[in-house]
Design a protein around this ligand. Sequence first.
Ligand code: 6S0
Length: 116
Amino acid sequence: CAKMPKPSQDNDRDLTFCRILLAELEDHHDAWPFLNPVNIKTVPGYRKVIKKPMDFSTIREKLCSCQYQNLEMFIIDVNLVFDNCEKFNEDNSEIGRAGHNMRKFFERRWTELLKS
Ligand SMILES: Cc1ncccc1N[C@@H](C)c1cnc2ccsc2c1
């Protein structure tokens, strides 16, 4: 059938989830490597290796300017932060471990929120 618009309350719920999840990611102890865009001028190789940079401040800007149509689009950008981190950083490094910790936290929290 024709693509029916999602009822607005679903969109409101999704937007609320994004706001809660992003606030908790930003407040997390291990968020520091991901709060702002990686400076590609000062980090050798980053521009070449990472095709789609992403960070929490960019996600915040996109969320506040209605650039996420749904929860899935938001989750794709959050996972991009962690996938970029894994690609560029050794697992056994300060930033690598922070990325693994943050991904674990994020996966637990959105599962809890969606089950609630
Ligand atoms: C997430 C990420 N991946 C690869 C490289 C950098 C970064 N983060 C930036 C903020 C950053 C940039 N510079 C430093 C210097 C020590 S930790 C740190 C973190």
